[in-house]
Design a protein around this ligand. Structure first.
Ligand code: PMP
Length: 359
C-alpha cells in the first residue's frame, strides 16, 4: 500500500493531520455540538416537497447567486441587512475557507486565539496562510487590550475571533471586536456559529457591521437550526465582501437541492428554532450538575460545556464510550467537552458520569 509520503504532496501539507472528530455509531452522540433534536416532521415534509420541485430542474445549473436563499437569510438575521449583505456556502467551514482564499494565502497571516475551533488553523494550512496565535486572559476571555496587543505583535491580514467560542463557550464583548477592527487593516471575522444559544439580548457582531467594511460575521444553520447534514453556512458583511468571494468560489457551489432545502427550512424558522430554549436549559443544567459532581464547568453561552477537574480525560472519555456516550477530548489538559442534548440524553450523560465519578 502506498503512503502519503510516496505522493508529491504540497510541502505545506506534509505531516499534517486531517480534521478528525470521531464518527462512531453510539446511542448518545454529544461530541460535535450538533442540535440533537431532529427537525419537526411537518417541516421535513415541506422540505421534501421543495426538494421534489427542485429536482425537476436539476438538469440545469442552480442560481449561482442563490438570491432567494440570501433574501431569506437576510430576513432571518435582521439588523436592517439585505440579500446583498449575505453570502452562503456549504457550511460555515466553506465560508471560512473562501475568506482565507480571498484574503489569506501565501505570504499572509491569520491570527487566531486558541483554544478555539480546530478548523480555523486547518483552513489556514489548506490555504497556505500562516497561522499565528494570540493570547487569552484568565477564564479564556479576551479583553480589548489583549486583542490589540496580539494584533500589534503579529500584524495579521485576517483575524479569526469566535463568539461564543468553541470549545470554551466564552462570549466576546463588542468592545473587544471593535478594538480588533480598529487595531488592524485586515479582515476581522467573527465566527458566530453558536450565536442563537447566547443569552437573550446578548450583543452580536452584527450590531457592529454598519460602517465597517472589513468586518465579517460568519454564521451557520448547522447548530441552532438543526441542519448540520444539509451543509449551509453564511456570512453577513458589507456587500463588497461578497464581491471578493465571487473571485474564489467555485461556480454553482451551492446545489439547487441545498438552496431549496435551506429556503424551505427558513420558511419554518420558529419551528426550527423551537428547541433552542430546551437546549439552553440542558446546558445550564450541565453547568450546575457538573459542578455538583466536583468538576469545574466553564460558563457557556453556547450549546456545549467545557469542564475541567478531570484527572484522566482519555480514561473518562473511554469509560463513557463503553456506555454508548460519545463526548469530546479537545486536547486541553484535564478537560472534556460535552454537547447539551435532549433532556434524556443529558440525563444519561450525567448519570453515567456520576457513576464513574464515585467509583
Ligand atoms: N465554527 C465553529 C465555531 C464551529 O464549532 C463549527 C462546527 N463545529 C463550524 C464553524 C462549522 O460548522 P458548519 O461548517 O457545519 O457550518
Amino acid at each position: 500500500m502506498a503512503s502519503l509520503s510516496d505522493l508529491p504532496l504540497r510541502d505545506s501539507l506534509r505531516g499534517k493531520s486531517p480534521y478528525g472528530a470521531p464518527q462512531i455509531n453510539v446511542r448518545y452522540a454529544l461530541n460535535v455540538n450538533e442540535n440533537t433534536h431532529p427537525i419537526p416532521e411537518p417541516v421535513a415534509h415541506d422540505i421534501v416537497t421543495s426538494l421534489a420541485r427542485a429536482i425537476l430542474s436539476v438538469n440545469r445549473y442552480p442560481d449561482r447567486e442563490f438570491t432567494e436563499l440570501r433574501e431569506r437569510l437576510a430576513g432571518y438575521v435582521g439588523h436592517g441587512l439585505t440579500a446583498e449583505n449575505i453570502w452562503a456556502a456549504n457550511g460555515s467551514n466553506e465560508i471560512l475557507q473562501q475568506l482565507l482564499l480571498a484574503f489569506g494565502g501565501p505570504g499572509r497571516k491569520v491570527l487566531g486565539f486558541p483554544p478555539s475551533y480546530s478548523m480555523h488553523s486547518i483552513i489556514a494550512e489548506i490555504t497556505d496562510t500562516q497561522w499565528v496565535m494570540g493570547e487569552r486572559d484568565a477564564g479564556y476571555e479576551i479583553s480589548p487590550q489583549t486583542v490589540v496587543e496580539s494584533i500589534r505583535r503579529t500584524q495579521p491580514d485576517v483575524v479569526f475571533l469566535c463568539s461564543p467560542n468553541n470549545p470554551t463557550g466564552t462570549h466576546l464583548s463588542l468592545e473587544t471586536i471593535a478594538a480588533a477592527y480598529d487595531a488592524c487593516d485586515g479582515i476581522v471575522v467573527v465566527d458566530e456559529a453558536y450565536a442563537e444559544f447566547a443569552p437573550d439580548g446578548a450583543p452580536s457582531a452584527l450590531d457592529l457591521l454598519e460602517g465597517r467594511e472589513r468586518l465579517v460575521v460568519s454564521r451557520t444553520m448547522s447548530k441552532a437550526f438543526a441542519f448540520a447534514g444539509a451543509r449551509v453556512g453564511y456570512l453577513a458583511a458589507d456587500p463588497v465582501i461578497a464581491d471578493a468571494l465571487r473571485l474564489v468560489r467555485l461556480p454553482y457551489h451551492l446545489s439547487a437541492l441545498t438552496q431549496a432545502a435551506a429556503v424551505a427550512a427558513l420558511e419554518h424558522t420558529p419551528e426550527m428554532l423551537a428547541m433552542v430554549d430546551d437546549i439552553r436549559t440542558q446546558r445550564d443544567r450541565l453547568v450546575v450538575e457538573l459542578a455538583a459532581l466536583g468538576y469545574t464547568p466553564l460558563p457557556s453561552a453556547s450549546n456545549f460545556v467545557l469542564f475541567g477537574g478531570v484527572d484522566d480525560p482519555k480514561g473518562l472519555f473511554e469509560a463513557l464510550l463503553e456506555r454508548d456516550i460519545l463526548i469530546r477530548d479537545v486536547g486541553i489538559p484535564h478537560h472534556l467537552r460535552v454537547t447539551a442534548g435532549t433532556e434524556a440524553e443529558t440525563s444519561a450523560f450525567l448519570a453515567a458520569l456520576a457513576d464513574l465519578t464515585t467509583r
